[in-house]
Design a protein around this ligand. Structure first.
Ligand code: NAI
Ligand code: MG
Length: 354
């Protein structure tokens, strides 16, 4: 079977880690011989924006629809304001391709350590489901009297029953598929009286339809405390766009580093392709030095294979990555001394031994 994959490396370390992940995927393809990954590279980046005034050229989003999946690095440059780069590239793709849930598995991989004491995979094994199309990142709002002392700005959080329900159903189904079958919903419905209360209500309505799933609710501030003090009490987590964004970076740090965490922007209807990207950004502070941790992007590659239906390939890749981490071939952000290439080559050697 041949899969058409759009690759968008983007900026900074996004380019470095996607290049290595594609090498790993191509080697896996050769070794297994059961599928072909046909990569199409898109040079959509901040450099391109500075030259042409746009991240995505006319017709670009349409051309992405001709693929089975999108493999994305990171976008962001010190030379372009971050709201321009985010709204220029990643947010339009998520929105226009209906990628309405963002799934972030979080585990302490073997050989890595959590900054929390005595915390390993058995204690911290979560999946975070973030609503990916509305809420605080709906893009509604504006500013008046800009650049005067009377400036007034607002970003309007938009929540719809349809948007909440489809994300929550995905979260209940994810929880039901996991051994512990536990779902925690995060809001701030004590202070935010409309959208967050709608979240509560939809959650209460859906829960009886999934009797096998145990549920509880947290306010986002208390949730940060629970994540740090009682990781084993959590399993599947569902949160709004903003809350999920923040909590998943915290979760990744608790699991070792944001350099190891993957994220899948899914269109569960499969009408349009889904997009797989590490949760980290372009990391201008380390870009160009060849030291970025590629593990998060390798994990994304495994998530992409699983979504495409290549479960065996996905599992082989993840096992190879875990063996390499367990063997101590790690980058500096996870207390190792290896560089990006050394980690990549170790993963390739591990696949070849399989
Ligand atoms: P960042 O994730 O790029 O970096 C935060 C810190 O983590 C830095 O010290 C960096 O060196 C380190 N780090 C990140 N990934 C790493 C890896 N794979 N290996 C080793 N260390 C790693 O976040 P930051 O600094 O807030 O943002 C930098 C740029 O990236 C900004 O322009 C921002 O807008 C953009 N960004 C883009 C995202 C995306 O494309 N989805 C997500 C987050 C940020
Ligand atoms: Mg983030």
């Amino acid at each position: 079977k041949t899969y058409r994959i759009a690759s968008i490396p983007g900026d900074g370390i996004g380019v470095e880690v996607t290049e290595q992940a594609i090498r790993v995927l191509k080697r896996l393809e050769q070794l297994l011989g059961t599928f072909t990954l046909d990569f199409h590279n898109y040079d959509w980046s901040s450099e391109r924006y500075q030259k042409t005034g746009e991240y995505i050229p006319a017709g670009g989003l349409e051309s992405l629809k001709n693929h089975d999946a999108i493999f994305f690095g990171a976008v962001g440059s010190p030379d372009v304001a971050d709201h321009i780069s985010l709204w220029g590239l990643i947010l339009p793709i998520r929105k226009m391709l209906g990628q309405y849930v963002n799934v972030r598995p979080i585990r302490v991989l073997p050989g890595l350590s959590s900054p929390l004491k005595n915390c390993n995979t058995e204690d911290l094994d979560w999946v975070m489901i973030r609503e990916n199309s509305e809420g605080e990142y709906a893009g509604q709002g504006g500013i008046t009297h800009e650049k005067t002392e009377y400036a007034i700005a607002n970003d309007i959080a938009v929540f719809t029953r349809r948007g909440i329900e489809r994300t929550m159903r995905f979260a209940f189904e994810t929880a039901a598929s996991r051994p512990r079958k536990h779902l925690t919903m995060v809001t701030k419905s004590n202070a935010q009286r409309y959208g967050m209360v709608l979240w509560d209500n939809v959650f209460n309505e859906l829960a009886p339809q999934y009797p096998e799933v145990k549920t509880d609710k947290m306010l986002v501030d208390a949730m940060t405390v629970r994540m740090v003090l009682n990781p084993p009490s959590l399993d599947t987590i569902v949160a709004t766009n903003l809350h999920g964004d923040i909590l998943s970076d915290l979760a990744a740090a608790l699991a070792g580093s944001i350099g190891v965490a993957p994220s899948s922007n899914l269109n569960p209807t499969r009408r349009f392709p889904s997009m797989f990207e590490p949760i980290h950004g372009s990391a201008p502070d380390i870009a160009g030095r060849g030291v970025a941790n590629p593990v998060g992007t390798f994990w994304c590659a495994a998530e992409m294979l699983a979504w495409l239906g290549e479960a065996k390939a996905s599992q082989s890749l993840m096992e190879a990555v875990e063996c390499v981490c367990a063997g101590g071939i790690k980058t500096k952000d996870v207390q190792g001394t290896a560089n990006t290439l050394e980690v990549t080559e170790a993963v390739i050697r591990m696949l070849e031994m399989d």
